[in-house]
Design a protein around this ligand. Structure first.
Ligand SMILES: [Zn+2]
Length: 1076
């Protein structure tokens, strides 16, 4: 009672909370009425702006002719060539001034910066800063070592912490790309670029900062956030506001020394003593659960609103900054994915890679993660492509970093195929991090930490950061959200915060690392209402913690099947040409590997397996599978100058390499007759005059219709509408087309134009409402018999879509043989000429006489079933889905498969199947899909449910390229490797072993003196299967191996005759290595 006063003479009021909270912003705000009466007045001790005396800047513009190719190498000359050129006086560097514009978009400007620091500053011994803001992206280069020091991007990244120098003199270069972090979008980032944008030099300042004042800025910012964002019912919130107000009362704008006093007070009042040191993460209550683990990252889209050419520079800028931060912040860990990006870095900046980055990897500060070649789309690439993403990605990591990644890092792709878990598991990966499903625009995904089980039951330990972003700014709110939005905290209480500027690269900033120290310090002092945040544990540590606390994942919920993304459904269709080139490239490499493997093993003297050439082709294919490139969501220049030419080149090179193999084979068996072979694992049904007798194609005609028929099918085409009104099985009398019911009563091969105006994200999205806003294409300009012979009959129909856009579709029916009769199908080739519409989505419909709750869509190495109804909002969300070579809709007694040669968008609802053909989005590529297109597809009606016949027909439809070889070669090829047994087992790909010493593969890890063939097999329909592989060469051994061809899963028995019995689980992907 001693100090308590008996009578009050100085009554106190209770502060009004909202007023005292609002007041806090004044203290650190650089704007407003009182900046100079608050902390900002002390941020700098002194500052000198560009004066050409202390700060001397000159510039050189790399020539850029208007309209020229923006990605040609001369636009981005090497660092050494420019610095050398400047030294020799060959390049003209002119004086720069504040406000000066640099450009145009996509060009390069070089700056030479010379600094003369006042001696008083130098003698202070304090850290000095060069502050640069030209609003474009730049990197600081040391002219002596040619190593990058840090990067600028305007806004959040404009400081270069000058190394200590006794002379106070500095000279360095800045290479600036004239684009923003998010390209040069006109008006909005995701609009087509403004190709004539200029970037203005806002500041080139030499700064002597006040370290204490800047530290107080961070202290107070975090304290203010705690006051604003903590829950009302916590004393920590009320106390934070109170303490912050006391700091403001204590501060004296006339006295710089008051800054220190404020900080001393804060260390007692709300922070611990370690608020700006790495030790903070070892303090606090060790019994308390870490709520938030954090990992630095910078998502660098390998192309998006900028080309690959610019990404190569984004990588060095982003990663150089991060390596510099690592020196300052020992606790800091940074994860980077995509082997392709490391490979580019190694190629263009080997010294930085070897001297700077590798030591950081060895210190476990820079952590390569992901294991895939790029952060790929997982909807569209074929199974073999997904397998190769990891084969090359992991082997690159193993070769250059000595270890592979065990986490698939894919925060930003547009849906996740149900085969990802199995392919990851086969590639040494059992963990997965992603977050894109937080963008779902219909249903909220229910888990944060869970087991994701794929088509075959393989599972990945999966975490979706509860903060719903991979570009957190490490704000107090980011940390709080990560802790509070955890959807599975009953099973596992912690969340991962992926922080750092991203999408266009960048990564964490100094400010973020400081903020996190403060947040941890506040938690140490005030308890876990302020989430306990950890910096300095790796992603591996985080997943190890999950396993430890969940009985190795057993206590976590499980999600089975694909992680369908309820958004960006237009990406199955946008940029048709690239998608078609992708399908064709995948097939061309498949065939090349098939031919070259067999040829090099059978005739090693004549044929060398071109492994490095093939691997380079794969690298390009895999690169184009990046999650903005293949989905069709990049700006025009990426397609025009990079991805499309790249895949065309892949096709050309494949054809050349195939021709070389065939040429060599022709030398082997010159005396023989030639014959044709295919790369299909079964005999392709050859039709001859003899075996088609009685099964010929015919064409009939009456007043209203044409009728195509063979011994199996009768196809009726209405003359007035040009669509198929009946597909009849003449053997069973089953009708496959339904024009009596449902919304399409016109018939099959009916073209329909849908209005396609999504809420935003034009290239990405097609929206639910578009499904009911459509018009049938009915304007028949011409209909005629196109061909009419015993082998093939066809009808051609021309529709007019607009004045100058036409659709020409040829419906044909072939002769069959008695054996191939069950495979009879209606083939359709559609040419769209001068597609020039705006926001219209062209699809083709097939009303079918089938009723089932689900349809089946081919996916990588299997099929995914999806609902054909709209029972729940989860079903509604799947109004447009992804398919590969076929979609099938079957009931118990019959079904219809729609095969295609280059399409990926599909829907099946009620009695209607619908293949998506072409979109016409206008952003970010204003000309996406404009022009002419050829699309092939087929209607394959069949008895009973989905079977191996559909799988095989889809292969036949896509892969039946014929190669001419001598008869003796054909026989040897046939006998070399064959498969028999259950029809649902598909021999998918063959290649040579990556470690065969004689091949000298760039991806070899342990070269072995052996000749080997890698054989990929999968079970295609979801049932246990038995088959037998036969290799007709003396075998040394056969191993079942992982997808990396390095780990032996199990050795197999081989019979004396070379037979290898195999057994596959439903949807299993199996890889065998035949060694001889
Ligand atoms: Zn991305």
């Amino acid at each position: 009672m001693s100090g308590y006063q008996r009578i009050t003479y100085d009554p106190q009021f209770k502060p009004v909370r909202n007023i005292y909270e609002d007041r806090l912003r004044q203290f650190i705000s650089k704007g407003g009425d009182y900046a100079d009466l608050n902390l900002p007045r002390f941020y700098d001790k002194e500052r000198i702006s560009l004066d050409q005396k202390h700060v001397n800047v000159s510039w050189y513009q790399v020539p850029f002719e208007e309209g020229s190719n923006p990605v040609s190498p001369d636009k981005r000359p090497s660092w050494s060539s420019v610095i050398e050129g400047e030294r020799k006086g060959k390049l003209e560097f002119k004086k720069a001034h504040i406000g000066q514009p640099f450009g145009p978009s996509w060009s390069t400007t070089w700056f030479k910066v010379e600094l003369r620091v006042p001696s008083k500053w130098v003698h202070s011994g304090e850290q000095l800063i060069f502050e640069w803001n030209c609003n474009n992206e730049g990197v600081v280069i040391d002219p002596d070592t040619l190593l990058p020091a840090t990067a600028f991007s305007g806004g959040e990244r404009k400081e270069y912490l000058l190394p200590k120098s006794n002379s106070g003199e500095y000279c360095f270069f800045i290479e600036a790309g004239n684009n923003g972090m998010f390209g040069c979008g006109d008006g909005s980032d995701i609009n087509p670029p403004d190709n004539n944008r200029f970037f203005h030099l806002d500041s080139a300042d030499l700064v002597w900062p006040d370290k204490e004042a800047r530290a107080l800025y961070i202290d107070f910012w975090m304290l203010g956030d705690a006051a604003r964002e903590l829950p009302d019912d916590t004393w920590q919130k009320q106390r934070a506001r109170q303490v912050a107000n006391e700091v403001m009362d204590m501060f004296d704008y006339r006295d710089r020394a008051s800054v220190k006093k404020c900080r001393e007070f804060l260390k007692e009042a709300y922070f611990d003593q370690f608020l700006d040191s790495p030790e903070v993460y070892y303090k606090g209550d060790s019994q308390q659960i870490t709520s938030v683990y954090s990992i630095g990252n910078c998502h660098i889209d390998t192309a998006w609103l900028w080309p690959f050419a610019e990404t190569k520079r984004k990588i060095v800028r982003s990663w150089a900054s991060q390596c510099t931060l690592m020196d300052e912040y020992p606790e800091y860990q940074f994860a980077a994915s995509q082997a392709q990006q490391f490979k580019w870095l190694l190629k263009y900046h080997p010294d930085f890679f070897n001297k700077v980055l590798i030591p950081k990897v060895q210190q476990s500060q820079f952590i390569p993660v992901g294991g895939s070649w790029v952060e790929n789309d997982t909807n569209i690439p074929c199974g073999e492509s997904l397998a190769r993403q990891f084969l090359y990605g992991q082997r690159f990591y193993l070769r250059h970093f000595g270890c592979k990644s065990d986490i698939f890092w894919l925060p930003d792709t547009f849906g996740y195929s149900s085969q990802v878990p199995q392919i990851c598991q086969l590639s040494g990966i059992d963990k997965f991090v992603t977050q894109k499903l937080s963008w779902n625009n219909i249903n909220s995904f229910p888990h944060s930490t869970f087991n994701w089980a794929g088509l075959d039951g393989s599972q990945l330990l999966t975490h979706m950061p509860p903060g719903n972003t991979y570009t957190a700014d490490s704000h107090f709110g980011d940390v709080l959200r990560t802790a509070k939005q955890n959807k599975t905290s009953e099973a596992y209480p912690s969340g991962l915060m992926m922080y750092g500027k991203g999408d266009g690269g960048g990564g964490p900033t100094r400010e973020m690392l400081e903020k996190m120290r403060r947040i941890r310090s506040m938690s140490n002092k005030n308890g876990n209402v302020i989430p306990k945040l950890n910096v300095g544990k790796s992603v591996d540590d985080f997943y190890a913690d999950i396993l430890a606390k969940t009985d190795n994942g057993c206590k976590l919920p499980t999600w089975e099947g694909e992680l369908y993304f309820e958004f960006h459904r237009g990406t199955y269709t946008t940029h048709a040409e690239l998608k078609k080139l992708m399908r064709f490239s995948e097939i061309a490499i498949h065939d090349l590997e098939w031919l070259a493997t067999k040829a090099s093993v059978l005739f090693p003297k004549h044929c060398k397996y071109p492994i490095n050439e093939i691997n380079e082709l794969w690298e390009d294919v895999l690169l184009c599978q990046f999650h903005d490139v293949l989905p069709g969501t990049c700006i025009e220049m990426v397609y025009k100058y990079e991805a499309v030419p790249m895949l065309k080149e892949v096709l050309k090179k494949c054809a050349l390499l195939q021709a070389e193999v065939l040429k060599a084979l022709n030398k082997v068996g010159t005396t023989d007759n030639n014959t044709y072979i295919t790369t299909l694992p079964w005999a392709y049904p050859e039709l001859t005059l003899q075996n088609t007798r009685g099964h010929e194609a015919r064409i009939g005609e009456d007043k209203d219709s044409y009728v195509l028929s063979n011994s199996k099918l009768q196809v009726t085409i209405c003359k007035e509408t040009g669509v198929i009104v009946s597909v009849l099985d003449v053997l069973t009398n089953a009708e496959y087309i339904d024009i009596k019911n449902g919304r399409n009563k016109a018939g099959a091969n009916q073209f329909v134009l849908f209005d396609d105006k999504p809420l935003s994200w034009q290239a990405w999205d097609t929206e639910l409402y578009s499904v009911n806003q459509y018009k049938n294409v009915t304007n028949v300009k011409n209909i005629k018999v196109k061909s009419n012979d015993a082998k093939c009959c066809s009808i051609e129909v021309v529709f007019s879509i607009s004045d100058d856009c036409e659709v020409t579709t040829e419906i044909s029916l072939n002769a069959v043989s008695a054996e191939s009769r069950e495979l009879s199908r209606v083939d359709i080739t559609t040419n769209v000429t001068n597609w020039n519409l705006r926001n219209q989505f062209l699809k083709v419909e097939f009303p079918v006489n089938v009723r089932s709750e689900y349809a089946s869509y081919e996916t990588q190495f299997g099929v995914t079933r999806r609902p054909t109804h709209y029972n729940t909002s989860w079903d509604v969300a799947k109004f447009e889905v992804c398919c590969h070579k076929f979609a099938d809709y079957s009931d118990f007694s019959k079904g219809v498969s729609i095969l295609n040669d280059s399409k990926y968008g599909f829907s099946t609802h009620g009695n209607l199947m619908r293949l998506s053909l072409l979109r016409s989005s206008k952003a970010p590529d204003a000309h996406a899909d404009m022009g002419s297109h050829t699309i092939k597809y087929a209607i394959y009606p069949h008895r009973n449910g989905l079977s191996a016949k559909t799988v095989r027909s889809a292969h036949d439809f896509n892969l039946a390229h014929r190669y001419k070889v001598p008869m003796a070669v054909a026989t040897k090829f046939d006998h070399l490797l064959s498969i028999s047994g259950d029809e649902n087992v598909i021999l998918s790909n063959i290649k040579r072993g990556e470690d065969d010493k004689a091949l000298n593969s760039e991806y070899s890890l342990k070269p072995r003196e052996e000749t080997s063939i890698i054989v990929r097999v999968y079970e295609s329909l979801g049932g246990e299967a038995h088959a037998t592989l036969k290799l007709n060469l003396p075998l040394h051994k056969v191993l079942k191996v992982d997808n990396l061809e390095s780990k032996v899963l199990v050795p197999l028995e081989v019979s004396k005759e070379g037979l290898v019995p195999i057994h596959l689980r439903p949807f299993e992907i199996a890889t065998y290595k035949f060694i001889f």
